[in-house]
Design a protein around this ligand. Sequence first.
Ligand code: PEP
Ligand code: MG
Length: 841
Amino acid sequence: MAPDANTAIMPTDLLRPDLLRLNASPAGKEEAIREAAQLLIAAGCIDSAYAASMLRREAVANTFLGHGVAIPHGMVEDRGLVRRSGIAVLQVPGGIEWNPGQTAHLVVAIAAQSDAHIAVLRRLTRLMQDEARLTALFTVTDPTALAATLSEDAPVTAPTTPGGDLAERFDWVVDYPTGLHARPATAWVETARASTARIQVRHGDLVADAKALVALLQLGLRAGDSVVVSAEGDDAVAALARMKATITRLTAREKADAAAAAQKSRAPVRGWTPPNPLPAVPGIAASPGLAIGPVHVLPRAAVSVPDEPVPLIEGGDRLHEALSLTRQNLKALADDTARRLGPSEAAIFTAQAEILNDTDLVTLACQLMVEGHGVAWSWHRAVERTAAGLAALDNPVLAARAADLRDVGQRVLARIDPALRTGGAPDLPDTPCILIAEDLSPSDTAALDMARVIGLATAQGGPTSHTAILARTLGLPAMVAGGAALMELANGTPAILDGQTGRLHLSPAEADTADARAWIAREEARKAEEEARRGLPARTRDGHDVEIGANVNRPDQVAVALSQGAESVGLMRTEFLFLERGDAPGEDEQYETYRGMLTALEGRPLIVRALDIGGDKQVPHLQLPHEENPFLGVRGARLLLRKPELLETQLRALYRAAKDGGALSIMFPMITALGEVQALRAACDRIRAELDAPAVPLGIMVEVPAAAIQTDVLARHVDFFSIGTNDLTQYALAIDRQHPELAAEADSLHPAVLRLIRLTVEGAERHGRWVGVCGGIAGDPFGAALLTGLGVRELSMTPRDIPAVKDRLRGSDLSALRQAAQRALDCETADAVRALDGGEA
Ligand code: PEP
Ligand code: MG
């Protein structure tokens, strides 16, 4: 990087030994500022009046930078009191309260005549991303170590600096067929972050911090590339062993994914051939199917981000808040996508969230702010610069990731300033259209109004882009990489999009359209045959029926679930009505949604789960207190009982929907004790009476071992049970369901979990109640078989898991399933249970 004004003066000139005071213990913030000012006065940096100016500043602005660091400085108009630039550092190991809830351990008092202090601030912003190194400074006893750490100024473009290896190392040749893309890289970063050691990955002269996703991606690693992974620090040897385990563990999955993709691409292309040659825009096939309709071109979203400088501290706060809200939002999105579509699709959003933790990206934005630019402008610039860097590397995988980076960047921008919100639901004509866009972000694709978009064609992007993956999941014909010609099309041009061959045929004649319609009809007939098979009941060979439900949260997802063979909705997670938006939906809006679900189900059963907020599902706008251990905190029913306004609004909306007809049941999450059930039942009874609504079955989720063990007691008070095996497994095995390292061990087929399920069934049967399962294991064919053998009567799952589960049950005998379940209960380990797979039919 070319030297600029900010690096011309070395920060060491500013951080002189006489300006550092270690182990200070000021009585409070004012005393700390005065003590730091005294150092600056003694060193001849400021007039004594500047101390008062620093205190005045505190009254009008917050100088707490975050992560234990405060940077007091004087008012702009008092710059004349600064004689020469200097920085005093007061280390306060015991900490002082800077503002309520904010404790400072490093008080970095700035006297700035020019912008010479910026290098130190830049260093501080970098350190704030490296918690371990920063915290070490709070207690370090060697002043030169403190000065050295604050003076180091690694270049921003760290990922591409040549460098040597660290003390411990291992060599590895990339054997991921599609190279190091965002999903495996995210797993590397997670493992690296779990350690305090410094870990880096080197490929030739390029070195990346293993804790920084974008830096890793910028290495552009392809299959066959040699890398050296090295580490230093306390934990280096163990950290490297964990890195190696993660890196090599992913190989099998990467190879399997690539093989599946290759097999798909070898499958005969059953595209449509127009009877007469037509002008066409060729692209790359991304999602199969044929769409006939007018095109609608989305104009390029020209985001103009104004540069509106604000005080550095305020800008830092706004960026920090925007990043953490976006992180929470992406987590919710990943969670919802995992529950609805599956882990691969969810990984799209997990990888996006990881981008936000990228030190270099955040530091770049901070540096631009420190240079005097506005927060939105700085963030946008940092994202654009990094994305352009990724797109410029001659690597199609990374080019696709540039779209992700811009997508996530846009989310943050909208949080910084809602006026900069773009994308979301585009303006679409009323008649269904083939949507043409330069590129579509995964968020835009996920938010498309499926009633008005019948196909997608993008000028850019690649077949492995997340947009393409989502289009396939949504069943929307799509092609990508159609080039600039696409954007030149006039709105309304009639077209036929073939997602199998990746071609957009233009201005078809009547005969072409008729031929395409006939092709669609043949495809639909083929699909209908498949659907008919899925529509058969899950009846075992000896005549036992298991009800198959879908886990669906929105009315517009019901049709897909039914086409997969769902007979009901066994779990509607209503918290997702809250999680992806900035405010809480009111009673009317909720009523419309529940009504919409019941209407779409046309009389089939719907089980609505009351809000399960807390744990991994945080709703920022409810401003709930922070909990150290949210999975063991005020979650689910516990929260509902403490927030009557949430509970009552939801119950009123539900009972109003019940009055309009349909087969509604209500169930409550995270029940632990009988008292909760009684209180919730009483609330239901009261609201039902107020609204003169019909009684509906009331059930509870069994997610906590206490509830499973006491099912016989609870069964007197509820109408049904649905076991949430995701949580039941986490609480029974004491494994955080999102733990990156342990999650693989959290097997819902662990014999301990199966015994809890058996207890639940026995307790419920004693009072004639039925038990369902709506956790992930219900959608695993072998899991479904064992659950049926254990006496579970209803299984609710992600819609696309339904056909395989039905096939499995239809090929089994209940008597054999019961025996298999008994064998599973007697197993000693989860692996032993898994080994029974296939032996029960
Ligand atoms: C479960 O815990 O299994 C469940 C279905 O609920 P959720 O995944 O929403 O916590
Ligand atoms: Mg749960």
